[in-house]
Design a protein around this ligand. Sequence first.
Ligand code: PGA
Length: 251
Amino acid sequence: MRKNIVAGNWKMNKNLQEGVELAKELNEALKNKTVNCDVVIGTPFIHLASVVNSVDTTRIGVAAQNCADKESGAYTGEVSAAMVASTGAKYVILGHSERRAYYHETPELLKEKVKLALANGLTPIFCIGEVLEEREANKHFEVVKSQVEESLFELSPEDFSKIVLAYEPVWAIGTGKTATADQAQEIHAFIRKTLAGQYGQEIADNTSILYGGSCNAGNAKELFSNPDVDGGLIGGASLGVDKFMPIIEAF
Ligand code: PGA
């Protein structure tokens, strides 16, 4: 059966020392504790190797927030999936709405990144989600459907089984506005149905679909109690152990 996952997305926050400190604090907080979900932290590239060496990686998975769409070579400033994997990181967040909006990442480009992530043994946490105008025009279902279709549905069933999805309505990210538990359940169930249509019910049932967008200690329990919400991708509230731990413990 699918896993529950609580994943932090630090975005472009914390210098190296602060990041290592936060990772160590989280590691300490999780010590001798039984939690009912997998815990992941998504750090800037430059933090990856140090964070991997500062935590018990059997308890905390480490994620990059991006990787290159090319294998290697003359691509100044890029970081490949192989490089990410060589740090000991196990996950990579791909297709975050901030990357789609500010860095013009297209479905085609994301398809390449997903392929390279998988080829290097990384688990992609693939983000999808509609903007406010699309939600208001009742287009959110078709938007998320095409986002998974365009970037993921050429994967073999075996490869698709390695993907974690994160539904993040763009209007809820960093805004303090959260989707209601009902809105989250409705679209998560729709996403799972879409996956079942392509890959069959078993693979769909085994795919973890996380919710992201102003998820916090106050709303996590209600969101995670939905049958099709398998955890969260947490931005702001992952930047302090005091805020992140209660979300982990919401399971
Ligand atoms: P937020 O970010 O929790 O700060 O809204 C979530 C995300 O962008 O992954």
